[in-house]
Design a protein around this ligand. Structure first.
Ligand SMILES: NC(=O)c1ccc[n+]([C@@H]2O[C@H](COP(=O)([O-])OP(=O)(O)OC[C@H]3O[C@@H](n4cnc5c(N)ncnc54)[C@H](O)[C@@H]3O)[C@@H](O)[C@H]2O)c1
Length: 255
């Protein structure tokens, strides 16, 4: 393994790591030596992944959290601090995206979307900051999206607004936290084949979408995990406040 991608001795917290993109991020860091904590609403699924990777000599554990619950977010990070003593890389990947036409969005849907996708990123970062400051370094990564920051998708105006907010957070937090040697970056996935894609349509729609992607396929969760590894690695120590689009060229076409 190249030295730059060896995460031995580092602790990584991955939200929404039980399945989909988060699962691939957990695997990528765990298989490269990191101690990974999965924080997810679905504890049995997260625990099964932790057990599976522990069986491959990785250090992975699972904790249950609803990221819409601010108090619970602080408690989970403080519990991590007490047990493990450090956090090197925070990956806020969990996402909430119920497909809802604009006219049918309720306050409850909008509030939960913003709480999970955007507010949790604030509280996770704030809770981790004392550890980052003590360590003299830290890395925050967010799974954003091309939807919101660059393009639109019918039925996702609430989600698009939350992800545009994530990009705003990334730039501003990067500026404010640079003095503590904390880097803040994100990845903007395009269409990635995960359990969540079922939310948008069916197999046939997925196949149609795949033919429209310039690189000719839907993305894989590992495509996003690769970008996360790079941004967290020592290859990227001068990169902060940025998002990397990983979409197979989907958003390139001008007309
Ligand atoms: N799949 C795509 O095409 C795509 C595209 C762009 C961005 N994204 C982003 O990637 C991230 C992961 O998406 P995915 O496709 O893997 O989704 P997914 O639904 O397969 O997985 C999301 C995970 O987040 C967890 N989660 C959801 N709400 C939570 C909460 N309140 N508290 C704790 N955990 C919670 C779920 O239990 C699940 O394990 C999301 O932020 C999503 O917005 C995905």
């Amino acid at each position: 393994m190249p030295e730059d991608l060896d995460f031995s001795g580092r602790t990584v917290l991955v939200t929404g790591g039980a399945q989909g993109i988060g699962r691939a991020i957990v695997e990528a860091f765990a298989l490269r030596g990191a101690h990974v904590v999965i924080a997810d609403l679905q504890l049995p699924q997260a625990q099964a992944l932790a057990d599976e990777l522990s069986g491959q000599a990785c250090q992975v554990e699972a904790v249950c959290v609803d990221l819409a619950d601010t108090t619970a977010v602080f408690e989970r990070v403080q519990d991590l601090e007490q047990r493990l003593g450090r956090l090197d890389i925070l990956v806020h990947n969990a996402g909430y995206f119920p497909l809802t036409p604009f006219a049918e969005i309720t306050p409850a849907i909008l509030e939960r979307t913003l709480a999970v996708n955007l507010s949790a990123l604030f509280w996770l970062t704030q809770a981790a900051l004392p550890m980052f400051r003590r360590q003299g370094q830290g890395c925050v990564l967010a799974t954003s999206s091309v939807t919101g920051p660059r393009v639109a998708y019918p039925g996702l105006s609430h989600y698009a607004a939350s992800k545009a907010g994530v990009n705003g957070f990334i730039r501003n937090a990067a500026l404010e936290l640079a003095g503590y040697n904390v880097r803040v970056n994100g990845v903007e996935p395009g269409m990635i084949a995960t359990p969540a894609m079922g939310n948008l349509g069916n197999e046939q729609l997925n196949e149609t979408i795949a033919t429209r992607v310039p690189l000719g396929r839907l993305g894989k969760p590992a495509d996003i995990a690769g970008a996360m590894l790079f941004l967290a690695s020592d290859l990227a120590t001068y990169i902060t406040g940025q998002t990397l689009v990983v979409d197979g060229g989907s958003t390139l076409r001008e007309v």
